[in-house]
Write a protein that binds this ligand. Structure first.
Ligand SMILES: [Zn+2]
Length: 70
């Protein structure tokens, strides 16, 4: 006699955005995209920065070269 009901609603509340990788033209999906967010391309591994949300525009994120050691 459980009053609990599993509410497995379709993912209507989750907005999935999709954009095209500027490097390999692969599809990049993200659950949410915020300006300035970095999305990783699953195909080529490029890091793409969200420049605009509507429409979704991605640009290759500047490579941050870290100096390891001296
Ligand atoms: Zn790519």
């Amino acid at each position: 006699m459980s009053a609990q009901t599993a509410q497995l609603a379709p993912n209507l509340a989750t907005t999935t955005v999709q954009a095209e990788c500027t490097e390999c033209a692969g599809a990049i999906r993200a659950s949410v995209a915020l300006p300035g967010e970095i999305l990783d391309c699953g195909d080529c591994g490029a890091e793409l920065e969200v420049r605009s949300v509507s429409p979704l525009t991605l640009a290759l994120a500047p490579q941050v070269e870290e100096d390891w050691g001296e």
